[in-house]
Design a protein around this ligand. Structure first.
Ligand SMILES: [Zn+2]
Length: 249
């Protein structure tokens, strides 16, 4: 590790997490993410800087807005904690700056997609396109220490297959069951993972994502909370599956 102040890195990660929260809240609503000051989602009052300190303010304010006292979703805290922990992890295990920047960009965009899809069942195109661009660009990087695919041929095949396979699943589902199983956002997301991890990752990611989806759905199906027609966002499962693939294959 070349920066030995892990506390500082944790802080920077938490600040980044705070920005990720802004993106998660505002991107699906097409709101500006840079120039507008944060406000309470419930009472719309502007948040003071001292109430906007990542992680700490949530604990001090006991997850409630200072003005309207309505509770603030723990998601904000969780995202900042994930973001901060990830950056520490990256600095401990990855040994050059370019790799850390690349890995962080990919991871942070996946975090934004994860939480937007979970709540709104959409994946903004701009995020998928940034991921795809990163997946293509990294083929031209000097050899990375990361477990990413850098063979340009396999990368492009992965990108194309990732899109086609989900497009085909959507098409077949519509024909046979007359339901929309997934969206093209999922197709673009798997395409991005194909560009990043290579063609050999596609079937494994899809398989793991399907298993995760099943594990998540079965308890709700049994308890009658949902039926086979209940929509569940597939993006979060694709993302978890990609992370599992990245660490294990
Ligand atoms: Zn409020």
């Amino acid at each position: 590790m070349f920066i030995d102040n892990l506390f500082l890195i944790f802080l920077i990660g938490a600040v980044i997490g705070s920005f990720l929260n802004v993106c998660i809240y505002r991107l699906p609503k097409n709101l500006d993410i840079i120039y507008t000051r944060s406000s309470c989602p419930k009472c719309k009052k502007k948040i003071n800087w001292f109430d906007n300190i990542p992680l700490i303010s949530f604990i001090i304010l006991k997850f409630k807005c200072r003005f309207c006292k309505k509770s603030i979703s723990p998601r904000y805290f969780v995202v900042e904690l994930i973001s901060a922990s990830f950056l520490c992890f990256a600095f401990v295990y990855v040994f050059n700056y370019l790799d850390i920047i690349l890995l962080s960009l990919i991871f942070y965009i996946l975090v934004i997609i994860f939480f937007i899809d979970l709540k709104h069942f959409i994946i903004p195109d701009c995020l998928n396109f940034i991921l795809i661009s990163l997946g293509i660009l990294k083929n031209f990087f000097p050899e990375t220490s990361l477990n990413l695919n850098q063979d340009i041929f396999q990368s492009f095949l992965g990108g194309v297959l990732g899109y086609l396979i989900i497009w085909l699943l959507i098409f077949l589902y519509k024909k046979i069951k007359k339901v929309e199983a997934m969206g093209l956002g999922d197709a673009k997301l798997l395409s991005a993972m194909g560009f990043i991890l290579g063609i050999q990752s596609i079937f494994i990611i899809l398989f793991i994502a399907a298993i995760l989806g099943l594990i998540f759905s079965v308890p709700n199906l049994i308890s009658g909370k949902s039926s086979l027609k209940t929509a569940i966002p597939f993006g979060p499962f694709l993302i978890l599956a990609s992370i599992i693939y990245f660490y294990n294959f």
